[in-house]
Design a protein around this ligand. Structure first.
Ligand SMILES: *Cc1c(COP(=O)(O)O)cnc(C)c1O
Length: 457
């Protein structure tokens, strides 16, 4: 059975680079066909694999394709899948130390490694989550529990107008009224305006509010912009505010020399979100929240129960279930541990450095195409551009760029997505897949150039 599944997976993955970068035509019809009632009878394994590989998997946007540079590209290191197979089939319980101390130790290593990558001190610690949204939620709740009493409805959260929507979602889920989120304007490079932030904090203090938390972004979704964490940390020190860095997309670029420089100050944040399913190329379902003061998570989340042995945080053991909302969960630590041990961290460092380099190369090439204007230079591995032929403006120009995006994607070698920057439509490129190399960008640039010359003729 393993053999058959493995063969299908390998065949599928081998075919991906030659297939389309997205394959959504007819996907809705296929989805409707696959709806069915509770099965009474067994179905042959082979037939089920057929359904999966020939009908379900192929009708999707191919976010593992080397040309997929829309939204945030998917990783899916194969070694992580092997770890999942071992973890799921052996199915040990890693929510508490006493149930599997040696396995919990492996996941503890992973969390410590992440803290080390971020330049955090020895007393730091964290928790693997299902993703960045969950990590932002855990950080927001921890900040609230550490800094405010139970009467917290005047607590104010500051973030930029470029931050990920999971930040305001986390605020609301953490119990704050939605209007307690301040969306601070950004500068010409889409980084939080620290002066504007300072004024907003002052205004709230004057109005009797409780400024609590600043969420900076270490690599925004729109353009990969990195907030000035040194300046944010200085301000938060002065104002005694909790500083959280949302590094879901960008945090792991700390592994590279260039990235570490750009993310300077990240180690001064009280907490950091990183997404191994983005920056370490792992399968979806792998995020992490890291705390400068590792004990803060337990103070915010631990609750005792009669049917579980007591856990002493000072004992040198770790009960992950006491550090976040989940009791039972998958053994996500193994999914990180195995690939990191098999490849060594240098392989990840080199791959991330390659993505930074590729984004710069693409930017250079785009600059040389007539009528193309970079709206956002790459700060990490995301950039945004527009086609701006003379004489076309406003909504007409937005429509033209929409068309450019559609036509680039229709060629099926690369897949890009759009966004709104300064109120105008822009096309973005996010280079993050471990499968994306120079030759795929060369193909992509060829397509971009061809489409641009078509529409500007
Ligand atoms: C992807 C992303 C998130 C959300 O992470 P999920 O893992 O998708 O939940 C949050 N913030 C930023 C900056 C992101 O790029």
């Amino acid at each position: 059975m393993i053999q058959e599944a493995a063969e299908r997976v390998l065949d599928h993955l081998e075919g991906v680079p030659d297939g389309p970068a997205a394959n959504l035509d007819g996907a809705h019809e296929k989805a409707a066909e696959l709806r069915e009632p509770l099965p009474e009878e067994p179905t042959a394994y082979d037939d089920l694999l057929d359904t999966l590989f020939e009908e379900a998997i192929v009708h999707s946007s191919t976010n593992v394709h080397p040309g997929y540079m829309a939204y945030t590209p998917g990783g899916g290191l194969f070694h992580a899948a092997l770890a999942d197979f071992v973890a799921d089939a052996t199915n040990r319980y890693v929510g508490t130390w006493f149930a599997a101390p040696a396995l919990v130790a492996l996941e503890t290593n992973v969390v410590n490694w992440f803290c080390e990558i971020m330049g955090y001190p020895d007393e730091s610690f964290g928790l693997l989550t299902s993703g960045g949204s969950m990590a932002n939620l855990v950080a927001t709740i921890t900040a609230r529990r550490e800094r405010l009493d139970d009467d917290f409805l005047d607590g104010i959260i500051y973030t930029s107008d470029q931050s990920h929507h999971s930040v305001s979602k986390a605020t609301v889920l953490a119990g704050f009224p939605p209007e307690n989120v301040r969306s601070i304007e950004t500068d010409e490079r889409f980084r939080m305006d620290v002066d504007a932030l300072e004024s907003a904090i002052e205004e709230d203090r004057d109005a009797g509010k409780d400024p609590l938390l600043v969420v900076g972004t270490a690599g925004t979704t729109n353009t990969g912009a990195v907030d000035d964490f040194e300046a944010l940390a200085d301000l938060c020190d002065r104002e005694d505010l909790w500083l959280h860095a949302d590094g879901a997309y960008g945090g792991f670029f700390s592994l590279t020399d260039d990235g570490r420089e750009k993310l300077s100050g990240l180690d001064r944040c009280d907490s950091i979100t990183v997404d191994p399913h983005k920056g370490l190329f792992l399968p979806y379902g792998t995020g992490a929240v890291l705390m400068r003061d590792g004990d803060a998570l337990a103070r915010a989340h631990s609750v005792e129960a009669d049917y579980i042995p007591d856990w002493e945080p000072e004992s040198g053991t770790v009960d992950f279930s006491q550090l976040g909302p989940e009791l039972s969960r998958d053994f996500r630590g193994l999914r990180v541990w195995l690939p990191l041990k098999m490849h060594g961290i240098d392989a990840f460092r080199d791959t991330l450095a390659e993505k930074l380099e590729l984004a710069n190369q693409v930017a250079d090439c785009l600059r040389n195409i007539d009528d193309v204007k970079l709206v956002a230079e790459p700060q990490l591995s995301i950039l945004a551009f527009r086609v701006e032929p003379e004489g076309i403006e406003g909504e007409d120009l937005d429509e033209l760029n929409q068309r450019v995006l559609e036509e680039i994607n229709a060629r099926n070698r690369i897949y890009l997505s759009g966004t709104t920057l300064n109120g105008r439509f822009a096309i973005r490129i996010c280079v993050l897949s471990f499968r994306t190399h120079r030759e795929h960008l060369a193909d992509g640039l060829e397509d971009i150039e061809a489409v641009v010359s078509e529409v500007t003729e």
